[in-house]
Write a protein that binds this ligand. Sequence first.
Ligand code: UD1
Length: 421
Amino acid sequence: MEKFVIRGGRELHGTVKVSGSKNASLPILFASILSGRLELTNVPDLRDVSTTCTILEFMGFSVERSADRVKVVEKEVIPEAPYELVRTMRASILALGPLLARFGRAKVSLPGGCAIGLRPVDLHLKGLSKMGAEIEISHGYIIAKVNGRLKGADITLDFPTVGGTENLLMAAVLAEGRTVIRNAAKEPEIVDLAKALKSAGAHIEGEGTDVIVVEGRRELSPISYSVMPDRIEAGTFLSAVATAGGEITVEDFPVETLKTVIDKFREAGLEIEEISPSKVRVRKKGRLTGTDITTQPYPGFPTDMQAQFMAAMCTAEGISVIKETIFENRFMHVLELQRMGADLKIEGNTVVVKGVERLTGAKVTATDLRASASLVVAGLGAENTTEVYRIYHLDRGYERLEEKLKALGADIERVPSELSY
Ligand code: UD1
């Protein structure tokens, strides 16, 4: 086990490049099940990417990784994703649609409970059933099969689920006839998945809007694609300047995909200049002002930035009201931030933040991916030393975060943890 030791209070200066997106890489890697072959670049070196590669290998694909490149080639496929692998990464459910579409059957462990809420997959299953799949849940597994090919269907999602939209989109690409996905999620990572599928000849229209139309094909050619950069990593660097101060340039990411977050940080008083469509300069001049956010599906404020934004508001002047509407239990960072002196009050799905002058370093424990990022962000601006335990959560989704922060002048180190849990 490892932990971060952060000596806070150093301003950040310099330029940081954003890595490839985790949430785009995972579905595109699972899309290799549809095409049998894939070559992907700009893939970040993350634990979730390794888990996905291990699942593909288990299922009978050969996977080669070097630097930011991943090559997948189909061998003898067993369409099964076991509990031991799925339990560490909920996104494993994304194997279901592609397996069914390509092999007519699939056995995928139910993802199970998750620290940030119940996160059911009922909408994925409902959509696949509408496409002709017979689905049963048995001994913790989703067992699905279809007679012949999946059939195109008109599906209206009850909620614009990101993973559900991705699963159904992938299934539709090899289904017979036309599939319409209504109330689809509009996240940029879904657009990226659609682009990757199109690189292999898929017929998709409307990605990025709430109606996606897919004309199914019998087969795809190999996927060859470069993953989009990670907008949430970019946003996390904005939060870091919001707490630590300084002036940095964040580059190599599509600025328009982070508009809502940029606008909220501007409202709070952070200076953000859009130098180009892929580059911003961020500067903190004085204390920020408390600002309210409500998480929403894209293009609303992303739930994946809620914890980091809250960390920034802990020392802003006045009150901030932070409302989480996507996940029912995504406030685990609150207790930890309180240990650093933050004045936070949870009221249902809302946290009221009363800005304090400064946070003070403490020992804190990471509970999930974005919560860990928020503790690092808080630690960078806090007085004295902050130690963040269980950073394996952070390694699921951030590539070399401490190295990137160090290069910007932060005093942060990864050291062995004295705790074994
Ligand atoms: C994806 C992202 C995650 C992000 C989230 C919301 C990946 C790998 N993960 O997760 O980082 O926080 O989008 O932007 O891309 N729901 C149902 N039934 C379903 C599916 C979802 O009720 O069948 C609910 C969930 O419980 C949750 C909400 O819908 O409350 C959003 O979930 P969803 O959009 O599916 O998130 P993920 O795809 O799991």
